[in-house]
Design a protein around this ligand. Sequence first.
Ligand code: CO8
Length: 256
Amino acid sequence: MSYTTFKTKFEDNIAVITISRPEAMNALNSLLFKELNTYLDSLSENSAVKVLIITGDGKAFIAGADIAEMQDMTKKEAFLFSKTGQDTFSRLENLKIPVIAAVNGYALGGGCELALACDFRISSNFGKLGLPEVSLGLVPGYGGTQRLSRLAGLGNTLFLQLTGQMIDAGEALRMGIVQKVVDANELMNETLKIAKKISQQGPNAIIALKKIVRNGYQMDHNKAYDAESEEFSALFESDGPEGMKAFLEKRKPNWK
Ligand code: CO8
């Protein structure tokens, strides 16, 4: 199936979405959310996909929500638009497989919020991140007020969101918002290399790992430790035996 707001690719168990609305710096509009949800439906039925990468076409990753679409919204419509974005980004965050943002350029407002909903972010040296909503008389509305503080702390969150200041990839790395910065020409190669490394690990272990880290973050410590033991022990009936046997036999595991 083809989409009008992004391109898709699937190779070596890795799916790539390239957001592509060049007329609006890849801004997020209602159609894009609709198409993205359709794509996520198809992804959850495809067990061959082990990692999802999201990137943008041209000089923007995503320059935010579509301001032209938002400007005439009523309060009720704006509430629904915010909820649609929140629900879509929560779906991304809760996908069983890891999701990586490959930040190729401007990741602003809702675009930065989408990147924050991914499991981690690799940025090109041209990456520029920011939450400039206050300059439009708005606040982030796709979960960014909450996700950023969990990732980068309250001080960095309030500094970035109160000033609306854009930061470069190096500064985002220092704040812990992106995990790696690479040369622009190498962004997709590097991100694919990382995705491939993940896709070669025990598939059930990867799913369990994401689940326990993400869910455990919201739990009381002792409950999270119990959940960790559950996930750990369950792997002794899936990937664990083959992984450990392969190590001892000095060969690559043959995951089922
Ligand atoms: N929405 C719609 N159109 C956009 C957007 C956007 N977010 N960003 C850029 N465009 C359009 C421009 O209007 C321009 O269109 P045209 O060619 O027709 O004039 C085209 O893209 C190219 O943009 P520029 O000429 O501005 O390109 P520059 O290279 O000079 O600048 C920037 C690039 C810095 C990215 C600049 O375009 C910019 O600042 N964009 C807006 C960034 C922004 O404010 N983002 C936050 C939006 S608000 C938001 O995301 C809220 C999320 C929560 C919503 C909750 C629901 C209610």
